[in-house]
Design a protein around this ligand. Structure first.
Ligand code: HEC
Ligand code: HEC
Length: 238
């Protein structure tokens, strides 16, 4: 099977590369992660079984958490779970740092039909949230520029609408996705209506990428407390 073959290749060139790699293959991280870049190239793409996001340049702590989530069954995609199953946290962190250090070009904003009331709704939630429903502004955690907060919170710009919709859907319907409480994104996604989620996904995908990730000092401790990915790690990557 396709992904088992990838797994074998990855083990041969990957986790045990020091002992087993053929002499001709240089033992660099770029070489070791070739099994990953089959799916995670410079662009997001629709694969045979799923939507493959680009991962280069995303915050290291965020990538590290996702790798552990896939390995430990909190986020579900079988081909990756198989690849990662025997990898240690230290090795996953090295992989995360490798991808985080890559500079990948962002896709151009998507051309999407959007109504003016959808723009208003999206901007209201993204920048102000809805205090009555205990929904914080997306920008309060994802940064004023919506480019993420190092090291755990990913940016919201430069993501395709299909990917944003899939992630929000995973949190809303799956219940289990990424799973441990407090799971801020799961709570937030469940509080939004379909109409709001659609408007936000459209609006985000239409924005030009600009600005930089914010430093963690900009994140309020109250908001950080709502997210297991931050609480679990006590603020440090590992
Ligand atoms: C067969 C295709 C495939 C292979 C091989 C693969 N991935 Fe993935 N990866 C995916 C898909 C599909 C998703 C999105 C799944 C989802 O949305 O839950 C994903 C998601 C991710 C994410 C989360 C991205 C985000 O923005 O949240 C990371 C990190 C990641 N992969 C890293 C890796 C690494 C490292 C490897 C190599 C060890 C790898 N992947 C191998 C298909 C693949
Ligand atoms: C309380 C802090 C907080 C708020 C508020 C918040 N987020 Fe998040 N968001 C996070 C964290 C933390 C993650 C990473 C989750 C993980 O590691 O599983 C995340 C991840 C995401 C992702 C996944 C991105 C990717 O690359 O896979 C999307 C999409 C997202 N948030 C959208 C939103 C939207 C839309 C809003 C506003 C309605 C919002 N978030 C508000 C903390 C927050």
């Amino acid at each position: 099977m396709h992904f088992i073959l990838i797994g074998i290749l990855f083990v041969a060139h990957g986790a045990f590369a020091d002992e087993n790699a053929p002499a001709a293959v240089p033992d660099t991280m770029a070489e070791r992660v070739k099994a990953c870049t089959i799916c995670h190239g410079d662009e997001d793409k629709l694969g045979r079984d799923a939507y493959y996001p680009r991962i280069g340049g995303k915050p290291a702590g965020y990538l590290f958490n996702q790798l552990r989530n896939f390995r430990d069954g909190r986020r579900h995609y079988q081909p990756m779970a198989i690849l990662l199953e025997n990898m240690t946290d230290d090795y996953l962190l090295q992989i995360a740092e490798h991808f985080s250090s890559l500079q990948q070009p962002y896709p151009p904003p998507e051309q999407i039909n959007i109504q003016s009331d959808e723009v208003k709704l999206a901007e209201q939630l993204v920048y102000n949230g809805d205090a009555q429903r205990d929904i914080p502004a997306c920008s309060a955690c994802h940064g004023d520029a919506l480019m993420g907060v190092e090291p755990f919170i990913p940016g919201l710009l430069g993501l395709p609408r299909a990917y944003i919709t899939a992630q929000m859907g995973g949190w809303r319907n799956g219940g289990l996705m990424r799973g441990q409480v407090p799971d801020c994104m799961s709570e937030i996604a469940k509080s939004l209506t379909d109409e709001e989620t659609n408007a936000i996904a459209k609006w985000l995908a239409m924005q030009q990428v600009s600005g930089k990730p914010s430093p963690s000092s900009t994140l309020s401790p109250e908001l950080a407390q709502r997210c297991n990915s931050i609480v679990m790690n006590n603020g440090a990557i590992k």
